[in-house]
Design a protein around this ligand. Structure first.
Ligand SMILES: [Zn+2]
Length: 190
């Protein structure tokens, strides 16, 4: 089975943000960001920042395109949100991301004072919101975020698995160099 079509079915229709929203609504917006990464041959991870029921920042992984180790979905979403509110402090803002944030992004979440982190798939290789570390709830740091793991975890995980499967089968062209880790990784390469 090829494709973008299969993946679009996983992501579903772009949600109407005019309807009353819940965690799944915003996770679906993040999934559509992941889909945009997928279509560019990037590991499909997407993120959005929400304040008062509105999306104020979004982003997706662009590490290979930009050849930038900091080009994770969350970093773009946080930067866009800060621009939107004209402040580095994202008080009252929630981050939705399809894959559990890594230590770098978890650090950025603490530094931006995000109120709540909602993520989809857990990341056994880099997860810093409960799996390998819990950076966002470490009482030694000066800020803690609420955590809501596992929202639409199946869809978020499936888009990653499908991406790596298609890379192996050669039905999509992945940007950047392939590493041996890809063959075994469910999610991101380390
Ligand atoms: Zn990250």
């Amino acid at each position: 089975m090829s494709d973008p079509d299969h993946i679009r079915r996983i992501a579903g229709e772009p949600p109407s943000l005019l309807q009353p929203a819940n965690d799944s609504t915003f996770m679906r917006v993040a999934l559509h960001q992941a889909l945009a990464a997928y279509e560019q041959g990037e590991v499909p991870v997407g993120a959005v920042v929400v304040k008062d029921g509105h999306v104020i920042g979004r982003g997706h992984n662009l590490r290979e395109t930009l050849q930038d180790p900091t080009a994770h979905a969350e970093m773009f979403a946080l930067t866009a949100a800060a621009e939107s509110v004209q402040s580095w402090r994202l008080d009252g803002c929630d981050l939705y991301v399809t894959l559990e944030p890594c230590p770098m992004c978890a650090g950025a979440i603490v530094n931006s004072r995000i109120r709540r982190v909602v993520f989809g798939a857990s990341d056994p290789k880099a997860g810093a919101c409960g799996t390998l570390f819990n950076v966002v709830q470490d009482s030694r740091l000066n800020h803690r975020a609420e955590l809501a793991p596992g929202v639409m975890a199946d869809e978020c995980g499936e888009i990653l698995k499908s991406f790596f499967r298609e890379c192996r089968e050669g039905t999509i062209k992945r940007r950047g160099r392939r590493t041996q880790d890809d063959e075994t990784s469910t999610h991101q390469e380390p």
